[in-house]
Design a protein. Structure first.
Length: 130
C-alpha cells in the first residue's frame, strides 16, 4: 500500500498543504484522502484513529498511522528541495512539537478559512486521490 495522507477536506490550510506536497513529491510517493471521504473514513476506522481526524494530518505509512507533527515531518522527509531538512526537527520531543502543531490546528479555520465542500482533484491529480 502506498503512503496515504488523510487530511481535512474542508480546511483551506490543509488543502494548501496537500497542494504543496503534490508539487514537491516528484516520485508521487503519497496518495491522499479527505477525512470526510468514504476512503478516508475507511482508513480512519481501520487504524482506529477516527477521533483524531478533525484536528490533524494523518500519515498511513508502512502499516502505521502517524499524526500531528510526526506525520508532517515524515512527509517532509521525502519532499524535493530543502523541505526534507525539516525532518531534523524530529529530534525535538514529540510533546513539544505537538504543542506548536495543535496551536496551528486550533486556529486554522480562523486564519485560513474553510470550504463548504471537500477539495476536488484536477484530472491530472485524480490518480493520487483514493
Amino acid at each position: 500500500m502506498p503512503a496515504v495522507v488523510i487530511f481535512d477536506g474542508i480546511c483551506n490550510f490543509c488543502n494548501s498543504s496537500v497542494n504543496f506536497v503534490i508539487d514537491h513529491d516528484p516520485d508521487q510517493r503519497y496518495k491522499f484522502a479527505a477525512s470526510q471521504s468514504e476512503s478516508g473514513q475507511k482508513l480512519l476506522t481501520e487504524y482506529n484513529i477516527a477521533a483524531l481526524a478533525s484536528d490533524t494530518f494523518i500519515l498511513i505509512e508502512e502499516g502505521n498511522a502517524f499524526t500531528r507533527s510526526t506525520a508532517a515531518l515524515r512527509i517532509a522527509k521525502h519532499l524535493r528541495g530543502p523541505w526534507k531538512l525539516c525532518y531534523g526537527f524530529i529530534v525535538i520531543p514529540r510533546p513539544i512539537r505537538d504543542v506548536v502543531y495543535q496551536f496551528i490546528s486550533r486556529n486554522r479555520y480562523k486564519w485560513f478559512g474553510r470550504k463548504e465542500t471537500c477539495r476536488i482533484p484536477t484530472a491530472e491529480e485524480r490518480a493520487r486521490f483514493l
